[in-house]
Each structure stands twice: as C-alpha cells, then as structure tokens.
Design a protein around this ligand. Structure first.
Ligand code: PBG
Length: 327
C-alpha cells in the first residue's frame, strides 16, 4: 500500500488524535532541577549567562526548593561553591561544608524533595581541576588514584548529611567502585549512585563554570572527560560504571549527543539520564530573548527530543519552567 491509500496526515488532523498516537510524552516527574548553593545569608544571585537561574545561600535555596516541590518538580541536583578552595578540596568533604549544610536543611524543611548531590572536586580545588594535581604523568596532571579517596569521602559525607542519591561527575577511572564500597562500609548500602558515565569534554559547560568559578586554572579537562568524537567509548564507560555499581547512567551534554543517549539506551538495562547543560540552556534563552525562537515550543521540543532519544530522566535548568508550562 502507498499513496493515495496511505496518507500519514490522517493521524495529524487534530490535537486529540495527535496526542492519541504520540510515541513519547513528557512528564514533570522525569525532570531534575539543578540548584546552586553559595555562601552567605539571604542571597539570591542571578547568573548573567543563564537568565532565570540564580545562585542561592542555604536559606534562600530551601525556599526555592519549596517552590519547586509546589510546582511538581520533586528532584533537585545540588552544586555547591565553598567559602574557600585549597589543593586538597577539603571543603568538599567537611561535615559543615556548604552542600552538607544544604542537605540537612532540605531534609528538615522540604521532606518531599529527592536530594541528589553532584560529587566533584573542581569547585573546591584552588586549581579548578576535578582531582588532585600532581606532577605530569602520561595521562596528564590530574592524578587518578589519589583522587578516588577524596571523592569517596565526599560522597559519604553527602549521604551522612541526608543526600538521597550521589551523582559523581569527575570522570576519574574506578570512582564508582570506590564510592560504592565507601558508601556500603559507612552504612549507606541503600543510597543509589547516578554516575555521569559518558561525560564529554564540552564547550557547553561554559555558563556553569562561570557560575561555579570552577574553570581549570591551567590546561583543560580533556585528559579525563571524553572526546566529543567518540561513541563506542561512551558504551565502554557506561559498562564500566554499571559493573562498578552505578544504578543510573548519565549522558552529558544532551542535545548534541542524542545519538549517544540512543546507543546507551539500547546497550544497557539500567535507567538512562541525560543532562541538558548550562550552554544548551543559555543558547535557547538567548535566542528566545531576541525573539528568534518561541521559548515554550523550543523548550518542549528539546526535552521531547531528549526523551525520544532514550532518556528516562532529564536534568534540565528548564524543569521549573516546564512544570509551570504544563500546569
Ligand atoms: C563538575 C560539573 C560540571 C558540570 C556538572 N558538573 C562542569 C565541568 O565538568 O566543567 C556542567 C553542568 C552544566 O554545564 O550545566 N565537574
């Protein structure tokens, strides 16, 4: 059968029939909102390159989290900027560290919220790299194995402070195994790990690094984050993370890597997350501000495309906005 018997347009003639045959749908319950916490009190600091997104002190972040939950977004990914940075990232695993204090405050006042913490050292290191910097070796200046202990310590301190789920974003080899073992040993066998499994060395993290003041002082992250040219390597990273104990695997960024999301979805049977990163948000916002794209439609379309590619969960700075849009 073909034209004139076949007419695909028959199933597009009204919104009702289009929705009846839609292959994918979006729900707020699949979205995770990133939240930035900075030192101070009563602070709400807009991020210039991410219109609509702020950095909060612990007290105002808690209020924002209440609003989020009220709008239907029940999961947040917490990023901290510490009071001070040093060569051992000591504020990353301090009991009274900024993320730890945030977790405690959220647990107390917003019990409905699923708290995910980003685990990385870059914002806590004076040099801005994601691990301990030693003398240059074959794989660059960032030393893999000595960084694992700090990442594990940081993860345990987040869990102890009340984080429901740990999200390591550093891209050191073997970190999921170290973190899993440390969590289990500390009595957090039930705390899941969502690993940034296929995290690319991407220009699209620019606005985030400005906000977090976490750009590396020297060099870049290409000796540990993935080369944008590679797809097979993403599958290898994902398999390794699952073997080491990852419960959810993430692909990041999202829109330029839809093929990777699809390939990962087909290769594994754990949930797949996608991170629509700061640069993706900034591009859409900038074009919308100029009236060059319709923001509502572009947001919906980009999130639908990420879902169609195979993402089960999506981390997006549009989560709150999308929740309002569908109300
Ligand atoms: C920390 C981290 C980064 C992002 C998430 N965790 C930045 C980086 O790797 O440089 C990027 C998030 C975004 O751009 O929205 N390592």
């Amino acid at each position: 059968m073909s034209f004139p018997q076949e007419r695909p347009r028959r199933l597009r003639q009204s919104a009702v029939i289009r929705r009846l045959v839609a292959e994918n749908s979006l729900s707020v319950s699949q979205l995770i909102q990133p939240l930035f916490v900075i030192p101070g009190e009563r602070v709400t600091l807009p991020i210039p390159s991410m219109p609509g997104i702020n950095q909060y002190s612990v007290d105002t972040l808690v209020e924002e989290a209440k609003t989020l939950v009220g709008s239907g977004v029940l999961a947040a990914l917490i990023f901290g900027t510490p009071e001070t940075k040093d060569a051992n990232a000591s504020r990353a695993y301090a009991e009274d560290g900024i993320v730890q204090r945030t977790c405690r405050a959220l647990r107390e006042t917003v019990p409905e919220l699923w708290i995910i913490t980003d685990v990385c050292l870059c914002a806590y290191m004076s040099h801005g790299h994601c691990g301990i910097v030693r003398e240059r070796s074959a794989t660059g200046a960032v030393d893999n194995d000595s960084s694992l202990e700090l990442l594990a310590k940081t993860s345990v301190s987040h869990a102890r402070a009340g984080a429901h789920m740990i999200a390591p974003s550093d891209m050191m080899d073997g970190r999921i195994g170290s973190i899993r073992a440390a969590l289990d040993e500390a009595g957090f066998a039930d705390t899941p790990i969502m690993s940034y499994a296929a995290k690319y060395s991407s220009a699209f993290y620019g606005p985030f690094r400005d906000a977090q003041d976490s750009a590396p002082e020297m060099g870049d992250r290409s000796t540990y984050q993935m080369d944008p040219a590679n797809l097979r390597e993403a599958l290898r990273e994902v398999r390794l993370d699952i073997a080491e104990g990852s419960d959810i695997v993430m692909v990041k960024p999202a829109m330029p890597y839809l093929d990777v999301i699809r390939a990962v979805r087909e290769a594994v049977d754990v949930p797949v997350a996608a991170y629509q990163v700061s640069g993706e948000y900034a591009m859409l916002k900038a074009a919308a501000e100029r009236g060059w794209v319709d923001e509502r439609r572009a947001v919906r379309e980009s999130l639908t495309a990420i879902r169609r590619a195979g993402a089960d969960l999506t981390i997006t700075y549009f989560a709150k906005e999308f929740a309002k849009l569908v109300r």
